[in-house]
Design a protein around this ligand. Structure first.
Ligand code: NAD
Length: 248
């Protein structure tokens, strides 16, 4: 097998010469910002019951669900800052090498790093939605110490505006992701298992449309032996920095 350095060199060269590069990111890119992933080593599902994020369960047991939601998504996420992998993607966009990002993450870190075209496949935790009226409000304006939090004007139960199990994908993000899979000649997969449907299908669509797949992950994923052309094993911050240095 080729050594890592020569594979990074090859990937950098491909990204530099590409017409349309899209990054497809998962929980792994934010691990080094202090946000644990759901699956894999130290994944959140070892500690919490995923049922708490099922829509019906949430509506029937809002207090129980919200206690965990607050601990995972608000007490932790609020302290997280973009790491070097997020920053490199922002620098790549600024330099004209990266067109767009499709993210399964709900932590807003790509936007905070400076990327401007980010399709949030699963929504965003920074906004809350009223389950009674559909009105949204920034999470920062809600009283998250009062569990479960209620909309101050409508009195309805508030829910994070990200996708729970049993909910559909936001139509605009879904459509934009399909377009990206159609238009890209390179897809960079970073920190994703490829286990979460239907998001996991987007890289397959890109591959079918002729895109070359570069994958960054600390371990092999569902994609590695199936569609990945260049697998770069290692932490996202280290590998993205290596790629970027090679490109400059
Ligand atoms: P996942 O939790 O299923 O898997 C994480 C992947 O990241 C694994 O393949 C793991 O090997 C890899 N990884 C872990 N640390 C890494 C590192 N430092 N560098 C590179 N790779 C690393 O993630 P997923 O496939 O994205 O799916 C989980 C779902 O959970 C997503 O849909 C997302 O909505 C949600 N989620 C989001 C966040 C977030 O917003 N940061 C955090 C947890 C879960």
């Amino acid at each position: 097998m080729e050594d890592l350095k020569s594979r990074v060199r090859k990937a950098s060269d491909i990204i530099k010469k590409a017409r349309h590069v899209t990054a497809f990111t998962g929980a792994g890119i934010s691990v080094e910002s202090g946000i644990p992933p759901f699956r894999g080593a130290d994944g959140l599902w070892d500690k919490y019951d995923p049922q708490l994020l099922e829509l019906q369960y949430f509506l029937e047991h809002p207090e129980e669900s919200w206690r965990v939601i607050k601990e995972i998504f608000y007490d932790t996420f609020d302290k997280a800052r973009p790491n070097r992998a997020h920053e490199v993607l922002a620098e790549m966009e600024k330099a004209g090498y990266l067109k767009e990002i499709i993210t399964q993450n709900i932590d807003n870190l790509h936007q905070e790093a400076g990327n401007t075209l980010v399709h949030e496949f699963h929504g965003n935790s920074k906004t809350l939605i009223c389950t009674k009226t559909g009105e949204t409000l920034p999470a920062a304006y809600a009283d998250l110490d009062a569990i479960p939090p209620m909309h101050p004007a409508t009195g309805g139960l508030l829910k994070p505006d990200f996708i729970f199990f049993g909910e559909g994908i936001p139509a605009d993000a879904f459509q934009a992701s399909i377009e990206a899979a159609r238009n890209s000649d390179v897809f960079i997969l970073i920190g994703t298992t490829g286990e979460v449907m239907p998001a996991s299908q987007i890289p397959h669509m890109a591959k079918e449309n002729g895109a070359l797949i570069i994958e960054v992950n600390i371990e092999e994923s569902n994609y590695t032996d199936n569609i990945t052309d260049i697998f770069l094993p290692g932490k996202a911050t280290m590998i993205m920095e290596m790629i970027w240095k090679e490109m400059m």
